[in-house]
Design a binder for this molecule. Structure first.
Ligand code: KIV
Ligand code: ZN
Length: 523
């Protein structure tokens, strides 16, 4: 991608599925990644970094699936500066309408000496070979000097010149460890423009981590210095403290266009929904006071504020909740709605379902509609995500049934029926401190897996007493973590299903450990 015809257009490069997925406990399968990628396309991001194809067969498959089916955005895949990585990335990307290879190598002396254990000269040679090889396969090549902000600026400039000479079309400047201050980051970019004038002919990009809470501030400082691509992740997820939050970048640019003078192509009313889908599929809850998409981001507690907003919204609000799609939770279906109405409603929400998936979704919808008075867009979204997850879980355990006895007078006791990976029927029973604890132990007995509960979150999909319950669980099996999520009107059932999914994911990751261990030096 060369600089846009419009010099004030900022390219939104979403890395939720790559850097975001590197958050501990997140393990998305190809179907879940595809669901997120489709939503990112609806949100109007310009580039989707779909994964790191060499890192595992699962990641390769996910990148390939997205490359083959998501239209609109550029689809990027990450590759270290090794021929095998680049070939793997290209193998996964080559069917995309608009593929991009993103290759990187560290330029800081700390990384060169301790992590890669080679020399600046090796970095010169590897960067040249990597970009040349990537360009021989793909017209759109992004190059990143990893740990740039802790690198010698002259050496970084030298490497960027090499990347440009070999045909890189986007140059990304990572603040890999989230160390830079906004004015330092901007000055670093300004100095690079001085040292490498050819940077004016390509897109300069920011990639900032949030270790000191400055990822968004640094990215915007980069934009003021001339960067026209921002790398970010939905809900700010990512390695360690995460990446710059996509929703903050988009709304900051939209709200402060007066000062920044730039704009994006994002469809802002898709922001709230994108955030919910990512939170649900990753199991990472959004903190209530999170900027833009937190539950309280548009809530006013103080009487003075409420009074002011009722008189004139702009007294205490700088953005309109409708602009990020927060109003879209209206009632869409009732108890008597049929299969066709459900299909139509799902299609309006952006899900085209038919056949077995529609039949299953309809069955679940009827169960919920029997218990809930109103089925909202958010309920349908949660239900369908849950159903797709169930259908694409892959070989693993599934919960068939459970019985649980709980009372203040007798110790709780649970019995569960589980279907095993080979279709076998398994049963287990156990007591516990409470009904949920008893079920979790009974699941361990039935599967014979010693899973340890690490995190357990319960939430409600919507407000109201009859709201769908949503649970998110992280377990550990022999040092490998796995996460699982589930929704149900019965919170005990949601907890049990989420636990079984988390356990299955942890077992799968444990079994695939060998392949991952071979990947040294990943970002
Ligand atoms: O943080 C980082 O340096 C990265 C690079 C691979 C771009 O994620
Ligand atoms: Zn990163």
């Amino acid at each position: 991608m060369t600089p846009a015809a419009d010099p004030n257009r900022v390219i939104i490069f979403d890395t939720t599925l790559r850097d975001g997925e590197q958050s501990p406990g997140i393990s998305l399968n190809a179907q879940e990644k595809l669901e997120i990628a489709q939503q990112l396309a609806r949100l109007g991001v310009d580039v989707i970094e779909a994964g790191f194809p060499i890192s595992s067969p699962g990641d390769f498959e996910a990148v390939q699936t997205i490359a083959r089916s998501v239209e609109g955005p550029v689809i990027a895949g990450l590759a270290r500066a090794f021929p095998g990585d680049i070939d793997s990335a290209w193998g996964a990307l080559k069917d995309a309408q608009r593929p991009r290879i993103h290759t990187f190598i560290s330029t800081s002396d700390i990384h060169i000496k301790y992590q890669m254990q080679n020399t600046r000269d090796d970095v010169r040679g590897m960067a040249r070979a990597a970009v040349a090889h990537a360009r021989s396969l793909c017209e759109d090549v992004e190059f990143s000097p990893m740990d740039a902000t802790r690198s010698d600026v002259e050496f970084t400039a030298e490497i960027l010149q090499i990347a440009l000479d070999e045909g890189a079309t986007t140059i990304n400047i990572p603040d890999t460890v989230g160390y830079a201050l906004p004015h330092e980051y901007a000055a670093f970019l300004t100095r690079l423009y001085e040292l490498v004038p050819g940077l004016h002919d390509v897109v300069l990009s920011t990639h900032c981590h949030d270790d000191l809470g400055l990822a968004v501030a640094n990215s915007i400082a980069g934009v003021t210095a001339g960067a026209r691509q921002v790398e970010c992740a939905v809900n700010g997820i990512g390695e360690r403290a995460g990446n710059a939050a996509l929703e903050e970048i988009i709304m900051l640019i939209a709200t402060r266009a007066d000062e920044l003078g730039v704009h994006t192509g994002a469809v802002t009313k898709e922001i709230a929904r994108t955030s919910r889908i990512v939170s649900r599929l990753t199991g990472y809850p959004v903190q209530p006071n999170k900027a833009i998409i937190g539950r309280n981001a548009f809530a006013h507690e103080s009487g003075i504020h409420q009074d002011g907003v009722l008189k004139e919204r702009s007294t205490f609000e700088i953005m309109d909740a409708t602009s990020i799609g927060l109003e879209s939770n209206q009632l869409v279906l009732g108890k008597h709605s049929g299969r066709h109405a459900l299909q139509q409603a799902l299609s309006e929400l952006g899900y085209d379902v038919s056949g077995q998936t529609l039949n299953q979704a309809f069955k679940r919808f009827k169960e919920i509609a029997d218990k809930k008075k109103q089925v909202t867009a958010m309920d349908l979204e949660a239900l369908l995500t849950d159903e797709l997850r169930e259908q694409t879980q892959g070989a693993g355990y599934t919960l068939e049934w459970f019985d649980v006895e709980s009372s203040t007078r007798r110790p709780p006791h649970a019995k569960v029926g589980i279907r095993g990976p080979e279709g076998e029927e398994l049963e287990g029973s156990f007591g516990g401190d409470g009904p949920v604890d008893a079920i979790f132990h009974a699941i361990n007995v039935a599967t014979g897996v010693d899973a340890r509960l690490r995190e357990f979150h319960i939430g409600a999909v919507t407000g109201g007493q009859d709201a769908l319950g949503e649970t998110s669980i992280v377990v550990e099996v022999e040092g490998r973590s796995g996460s699982g999520q589930a929704v149900s009107t019965d919170i005990v059932e949601a907890a049990a299903r989420a636990y079984v999914r988390a356990l299955s994911n942890a077992v799968r990751r444990h079994e695939g450990e060998g392949a991952e261990a071979a990947l040294a030096g990943t970002p």
